[in-house]
Ligand binder design. Structure first.
Ligand code: GAP
Length: 515
C-alpha cells in the first residue's frame, strides 16, 4: 500500500516538475480535484486523442465524428435518467461534519481486509522462499479463506443495497462493520442520502426568464440526440458509429487520486448503432477491438484486465470495464456497454419526435440498439504516465529517471542538441530542426552538458536525441541516441527523417488495431 502511494506521489511530483500537470489555480492554493495540463501534458493529451480518433474514426469507414455543445436542453437529462438516478449515496459523520460516499467507506474497509491477506501471503513467501506456491496458499490457508469469505459477504450486502436502493441497509452495513470516520474516529453517522452528481447553472440572466441547465455529465447524450441528423446528412447505413471527444462534469464527492477522479474531465466516447438482436455480436467486437487498441501501445499486456458487470444498470444488457493496473491497483479505465434502445426510446418519448431508422435491407423501421465504448482521457493519460515513469539503475552504478512513453504519444519526438554553442554547430542544428519540425515535434536545447541534456530528454520521454558535433561539419553525419537503449549511432543527416518516422509514427499502432 505504501509503495503504491509512493508511486502515485512520484507521478504527481514528476508531472508538476516537468510541465505535464499542475494543480489548478495553484497561486490561490488550488481548487480541489481540478488540474491544469501544462506544456508537455497538453502535447501528450493531444497525442492520445489523436490515436483514439484515428483508430476509431479514420480507420472505420462507418464511423464519423461529432462535436456537440456542453449545454443541452434540460429535458435531455430527464430523458436519460440523470436527473432522477445519477446519484451517489452519501453519509455524514455528525462529529467531524465530514461527508463521505457510503460505498467508498465500505470499499476502503474491504481494502483493509485485502491488505491483511496480502500480509499473510508476504509472510508465507518470506518463510518458504522459492518453494512458496502463492496460488495454493491463497486457496488453502484458513486465515486467508476466512478473510476472503468475509469480503464476499460484505460485497454481496453492499451490491444488494446499492442495486435495490436500500439506503438503510447501507447505513446498517457501515455500523455492523464498525467503520469509524477517519477524521474524528467516531461512529456517529447520519442516514445515507442520495446526492445528484450533475452541476447546474442558469441560462439567461433576467430574473424570471432563466432556466436551470446542466453541465453534461457524459458526452454520449450529445450523440444520441444528433443520431438522425448525422445518419441523414451523412447517408449512414446501420451498423454505423458516431464518436466524440469532449469535457464532462460530475460533482464527485470523493474526487481524488490525482487525475483519476475529477469534477471536470474529458471523455472519448463512441456510440455504435446496430440492428436490434445484433447487439451482442457488436458488444464482443468492440470489447476485442478496444483491448487491442490498448495493448498495441506496449505498456504490458498484464496491465489490463476485463471486469464484467454482473448486475447491470437498468438500460444495459451487457457491460464490462477494461481495468488498468494504476499505481493504486487495478481500476476502471474504460467501459464497454450494450445500452439497448433505452436512450433513443427515452428521447423519442420526451421529445415527441420519431427516432426510427428505416433499414432498406430488411424493409423495416426500428429504433436502433447501441453499443458504447467510453474511455476517460485523463485516466488514459494517468495510465500512460504511471506505467512509463521509471527509475533505472545503470550498469555503471548511476541512476536515471526515464519516461518510456510509447514513442507515438511522446510530447517531443526529437531533441536537437548542438554539442557546443560555438563553431557554427547551432546553425547546423537549427537547419536540421527546421527540416524535421514540419513532421515531428522537436525541442532545441543548447544549455548544459550533453549528459545533462540527455537526462532531461529521458525524463520527459523524448524517444530520440540528435547531436550535432564537429564531425557533422565534415561529413554531414550526426549521432542519434535512442531513449530506451541509450545506444548512439552515427547516421547521415539525410537519413534522420526515415529513422525517426519508423519509430514514432502511429502507423504500427493503427495496423495492430486492425488485425
Ligand atoms: N457514457 C457512459 C459513461 O459515461 P462512465 O463509466 O460513467 O460511463 C466512462 O464513464 C469513463 O469516463 C470511465 O471509464 C472513466 O474512464 C471516465 N470517468 C468517469 N468519471 C470520471 C471522473 N470523475 N474523472 C475522470 N474520469 C472519469
Amino acid at each position: 500500500m505504501a509503495a503504491q502511494e509512493d508511486k502515485l506521489k512520484d507521478v504527481i511530483g514528476h508531472a508538476k516538475e516537468y510541465g505535464f500537470v499542475f494543480p489548478s489555480s495553484e497561486i490561490y492554493d488550488g481548487l480541489s480535484a481540478t488540474y491544469d495540463y501544462g506544456q508537455l501534458g497538453a502535447e501528450l493529451k493531444n497525442n492520445i486523442k489523436n490515436y483514439w480518433w484515428k483508430a476509431m474514426v479514420h480507420m472505420h469507414e462507418n464511423i464519423v465524428g461529432l462535436d456537440a455543445a456542453i449545454f443541452m436542453h434540460p429535458e435531455t437529462w430527464k430523458a436519460s435518467g440523470h436527473v432522477d438516478a445519477f446519484n451517489d449515496p452519501l453519509i455524514d459523520n455528525k462529529d467531524s461534519k465530514k461527508r463521505y460516499r457510503a460505498d467508498v467507506l465500505i470499499e476502503e474497509h474491504i481494502e483493509k481486509i485485502r491488505g491483511k491477506i496480502n500480509k499473510d501471503v508476504a509472510k508465507g513467501l518470506k518463510r518458504f522462499g522459492d518453494d512458496f506456491n502463492e496460488e495454493e496458499f491463497r486457496n488453502t490457508n484458513p486465515n486467508v479463506l476466512r478473510r476472503a469469505g468475509e469480503i464476499k459477504k460484505i460485497e454481496d450486502r453492499m451490491q444488494d443495497a446499492l442495486v435495490n436502493e436500500k439506503l438503510d441497509d447501507l447505513k446498517k452495513l457501515i455500523e455492523d462493520l464498525e467503520i469509524a470516520c477517519p477524521l474524528s474516529g467516531s461512529k456517529n453517522w447520519t442516514d445515507v442520502k442520495q446526492f445528484n452528481l450533475m452541476f447546474s447553472t442558469e441560462l439567461g440572466s433576467v430574473s424570471g426568464e432563466s432556466a436551470k441547465i446542466y453541465l453534461r455529465p457524459e458526452t454520449a447524450q450529445g450523440i444520441f440526440v444528433n443520431y438522425l441528423n448525422v445518419q441523414k446528412s451523412g447517408g449512414m447505413k446501420i451498423p454505423f458509429g458516431i464518436a466524440q471527444i469532449g469535457k464532462a462534469f460530475r460533482n464527485e464527492i470523493v474526487a481524488r487520486q490525482f487525475i483519476f477522479r475529477m469534477r471536470e474531465f474529458e471523455q472519448m466516447e463512441m456510440q455504435f448503432f446496430v440492428r436490434p438482436g445484433e447487439e451482442m455480436k457488436w458488444y464482443e467486437h468492440w470489447k476485442d477491438f478496444r483491448i487491442r487498441w490498448h495493448k498495441a501501445l506496449g505498456l504490458g499486456d498484464d496491465a489490463y484486465r476485463f471486469h464484467d458487470h454482473l448486475k447491470m444498470a437498468h438500460y444495459a444488457n451487457a457491460a464490462a470495464d477494461i481495468e488498468f493496473d494504476f499505481p493504486m491497483g487495478f481500476k476502471e479505465l474504460e467501459g464497454i456497454h450494450s445500452r439497448t434502445d433505452f436512450d433513443l426510446k427515452q428521447h423519442e418519448q420526451h421529445s415527441g419526435k420519431k427516432l426510427k431508422y428505416f433499414d432498406p435491407e430488411i424493409n423495416d423501421s426500428y429504433v436502433p440498439y447501441v453499443v458504447e465504448t467510453s474511455i476517460g482521457l485523463d485516466r488514459m493519460f494517468l495510465a500512460v504516465m504511471s506505467k512509463s515513469l521509471k527509475n533505472e539503475k545503470l550498469e555503471d552504478g548511476s541512476e536515471r529517471v526515464v519516461m518510456s512513453i510509447p514513442p507515438a504519444l511522446a510530447p517531443y519526438k526529437v531533441g536537437i542538441l548542438p554539442l557546443t554553442k560555438k563553431d557554427g554547430l547551432p546553425d547546423v542544428a537549427r537547419k536540421i530542426m527546421d527540416d524535421l519540425k514540419v513532421d515531428f515535434n522537436c525541442q532545441y536545447n543548447e544549455k548544459d552538458t550533453i549528459g545533462k541534456r540527455y537526462r532531461k530528454a529521458d525524463a520527459i520521454g523524448t524517444p530520440f536525441c540528435v547531436t550535432v558535433d564537429h564531425q557533422t561539419l565534415e561529413d554531414n553525419t550526426v549521432t542519434i541516441r535512442d531513449r530506451d537503449t541509450m545506444a548512439q549511432d552515427r547516421v547521415a543527416i539525410a537519413d534522420l527523417h526515415s529513422i525517426i518516422d519508423a519509430k514514432v509514427s502511429m502507423r504500427k499502432l493503427l495496423k495492430a488495431g486492425q488485425a
